[in-house]
Design a protein around this ligand. Structure first.
Ligand SMILES: Cc1ncc(COP(=O)(O)OP(=O)(O)O)c(N)n1
Ligand SMILES: Cc1nc(C(=O)O)sc1CCOP(=O)(O)O
Ligand SMILES: [Mg+2]
Length: 218
C-alpha cells in the first residue's frame, strides 16, 4: 500500500469551493475570494459541473492555489485531481475506494475519506488515507447527509480515538467553529457559512480567527 509521505494537513479552516452553493459565481471566482481571505486548504466540490468544464475549472483553481501556497483537493474525482495536478482528493462511500485513490495518486498526494465513527477512521487509515472528514457535526442544508447529526460530544469522542487527523464538517460556521476547534478538530470544513456571506473574503478571515481562538482556549 502507498502510505502517505507528507506532514499533516495545515490545522484550521478547510474551505469547500462548491458548485451547489452560490452557483451564480464561478468556481474560480469563489476560490479567489476564499484564498484572498487566507484559506490554507481548499476543496473543489463539483457535483453539477460537466466533466470538461470541471477539469478546466480545476486546472485554474489549482494554479491559483499553487501560486498562493494553498493546498487544493478535489472532491470525488480522482481523474480530475490527477489531470489538474491537484494536491489530492476527498472520497466518500459513493466514490472510488480510498485504497484505489491512494494507488492512483501515489504517496505524495493527499487522500481524505468521509467517515462516521472510529471504526471508519481506522479503516481509512488502513486504506492509506491522510485524514478523515467526520460529520455531520450540526444540521446542514447544503447536502442530504445519509447519517444522523453527531453533535460536539460524539464528535470529540471520535476525535480522541481517531488514528488520523479529523476534519469536522456539517453546519460549521462562525457561531460554532471555536467549539469545533476546542473539541479537537484538526480542521473545520465550511461551505455555506463562507460562500453565502455578504463578504466571503472577510468571512474567511473571521472563521480562521475564531478557529484559532477555540484551539488556544482564548
Ligand atoms: C472534508 C470533507 N468531509 C466530508 C465530505 C463529504 O464527502 P462525500 O462523503 O464524498 O460526499 P460528497 O461531498 O461527495 O457529497 C467532503 N466533501 N469533505
Ligand atoms: C459536503 C458535506 N458532507 C457532509 C457529511 O457529513 O458528509 S456535510 C456537507 C455539507 C457541509 O456544508 P455546510 O458547511 O454548508 O453545512
Ligand atoms: Mg463524494
Amino acid at each position: 500500500m502507498n502510505a502517505p509521505s507528507h506532514p499533516h494537513l495545515p490545522r484550521g479552516l478547510y474551505l469547500l469551493c462548491d458548485d451547489t452553493v452560490l452557483p451564480e459565481l464561478s468556481l474560480v471566482d469563489k476560490a479567489a475570494r476564499l484564498v484572498a481571505g487566507g484559506a490554507r486548504v481548499v476543496q473543489l466540490r463539483m457535483k453539477r459541473t460537466p466533466a470538461r468544464e470541471a477539469l478546466a475549472a480545476a486546472r485554474q483553481v489549482v494554479a491559483l492555489c499553487r501560486r498562493e501556497g494553498v493546498l487544493c483537493l478535489v472532491n470525488d474525482r480522482v481523474d480530475l485531481a490527477l489531470l489538474a495536478d491537484a494536491d489530492g482528493v476527498h472520497v466518500g462511500d459513493e466514490d472510488v475506494p480510498p485504497e484505489d485513490a491512494r494507488a492512483l495518486l501515489g504517496p505524495g498526494r493527499w487522500v481524505g475519506v468521509t467517515v462516521r465513527d472510529v471504526a471508519g477512521a481506522r479503516a481509512a487509515q488502513a486504506a492509506g488515507a491522510d485524514y478523515v472528514g467526520l460529520g455531520p457535526l450540526f444540521a446542514t442544508t447544503t447536502k442530504q447527509v445519509p447519517a444522523p447529526v453527531m453533535g460536539l460530544e460524539a464528535f470529540a469522542a471520535v476525535v480522541r480515538e481517531s488514528p488520523l487527523p479529523v476534519v469536522g464538517i456539517g453546519g460549521v460556521g462562525l457561531a460554532n467553529i471555536a467549539r469545533v476547534a476546542a473539541a479537537g478538530a484538526h480542521c473545520a470544513a465550511v461551505v455555506s457559512d463562507a460562500l453565502l456571506a455578504a463578504d466571503i473574503t472577510e468571512r474567511v478571515r473571521l472563521l480562521m480567527a475564531a478557529f484559532e481562538q477555540g484551539r488556544s482556549g482564548a
